[in-house]
Design a protein around this ligand. Structure first.
Ligand SMILES: Cc1ncc(COP(=O)(O)O)c(C=O)c1O
Length: 403
């Protein structure tokens, strides 16, 4: 995103600064469609791509459209992101939690639920980190066709794969049943509020009309700069840079866990920006307020590495996290229960912390009497290290290479 791009967009003739097509600038839609088809294997028609303010707005756009069509419920992965539920709830839809196992959404409960719309994260399930099996992907699409339903695929971190081949997006298998959403939040900065949704043909007009009445389209200058950045190859370079940095941070976190919290089991490490760590209970939380009963600590307000406690039951927990190995366990639960040999499961995000911080943060081994709140605490003075927004700034400042 060279300075020149911003200047050219700024100096754009007046007509380009009028009210945009609510779907977004044609240049950006074309650039994103080509990039997504190449990188994620989606079926990407620029005419069916809607530029929006992140996956969050894609969710609400779809929610409003489905609600207007008479759907009242949306299925959400359990464990899954509570944010999905909140976003759809804001459109008047009730959320129905649907159980996952190690392969993906369980077909039986899905069929019994009566829902006709679901939100899923099949490439790197949030938060467990599993990649859905081919069978479960096919079963979900069969279900969608059978009930005349729709799937929102949230590809929130689909670009970051470390030890395994990239998994293509679900949308590529049935673009008429799957709406595909992504954003620059993990690659540039969440504050940019720029994302996209590829919309099934049958829903396109309604989604575009909803986008028009919601905000008349995203700001033109932001779109023009991103279009130039993608077209000139800067976005690909930025993804490669992020991939390297995120891999280093992940490796540093894993090494630090092994060194300072021996016996910790980790999963979900092959992709994405967080790991699920099952920490032996001797390092785990203590509760001062619940009669000595062990319970997961609350999320640390950490500047870099963040961890979240695991909910023993996805539905009841504020942060619904269970390790893949703990699916379906309710008693003597190694993911959060308190028996002998119990473990505490934490969700440790490493995206915002460069690896010296990860090492430093994790090295703060909690004293046995202290809760896991301290487990991955990062002192505030380490916040001077660059974070993704800084990475975006670097990208903005880097000299543009001419092709
Ligand atoms: C599961 C999930 N989906 C999507 C997003 C990104 O949302 P947005 O693109 O609106 O920033 C996040 C951000 O942390 C997330 O955790």
């Amino acid at each position: 995103m060279g300075g020149g791009a911003a200047v050219r967009a700024h100096a754009a003739p007046h007509p380009a600064l009028g009210y945009p097509d609510p779907r977004g600038l044609p240049e950006l839609r074309g650039a994103l469609a080509a990039m997504l088809a190449r990188r994620r294997g989606v079926v990407a028609d620029p005419e069916r791509l809607v530029v929006c303010s992140g996956v969050a707005q894609a969710s609400t756009l779809l929610g409003f459209v489905l609600r207007a069509r008479g759907l009242r419920q949306v299925g959400i992965e359990d464990p899954g992101s509570p944010e999905h539920g909140r976003l759809f709830a804001s459109t008047g839809m009730e959320t129905v939690w649907l159980p996952l196992d190690e392969e993906g959404l369980c077909p039986g409960p899905l069929a019994d639920s009566g829902v006709r719309a679901v939100v899923v994260t099949p490439s790197h399930q949030f938060p467990s980190g599993i990649s859905w099996s081919a069978e479960r992907r096919a079963a979900l699409l069969d279900w969608a066709r059978a009930v005349d339903g729709y799937v929102l695929e949230d590809d929130y971190d689909g670009d970051f794969r470390y030890d395994r081949a990239p998994v293509g997006a679900l949308q590529g298998l049935d673009p008429e049943r799957v709406a595909y959403a992504g954003s620059v939040s993990k690659s540039l900065a969440p504050g940019m509020r720029l994302g996209w949704m590829l919309v099934p043909e049958a829903l396109l007009d309604e989604v575009v009309e909803r986008k028009r009445t919601m905000d008349l389209g995203n700001p033109v200058l932001d779109q023009a700069v991103l279009a130039e950045f993608v077209t000139r190859g800067g976005y690909d370079r930025q993804l490669r840079r992020c991939q390297r940095a995120y891999r280093e941070r992940r490796d540093a976190l894993l090494a630090a866990l092994a060194e300072h919290l021996p016996g910790t089991g980790v999963s979900g490490i092959a992709a994405g920006l967080h790991v699920i760590a099952r920490v032996p209970a001797r390092f785990g939380p203590q509760s001062g307020s619940s009669g000595g009963r062990r319970r997961p600590g609350r999320a640390a307000a950490a500047g870099g590495v963040r961890h979240r406690p695991a909910g023993r039951r996805g539905r009841a927990a504020r942060h619904r996290v269970r390790a893949p190995g703990a699916f379906g366990r309710r008693h003597g639960d190694p993911a959060g229960g308190g028996g002998v040999g119990a473990r505490v499961t934490v969700h440790a995000g490493f995206a915002r912390a460069p690896h010296p911080v990860v090492r430093h943060g994790t090295a703060r081994r909690p004293r046995p009497e202290r809760p896991t709140r301290r487990l991955l605490h990062v002192p505030s003075r380490t916040r001077r290290f660059p974070s993704p927004p800084a990475a975006a700034c670097c990208a903005v400042r880097s000299p543009r290479r001419r092709r």
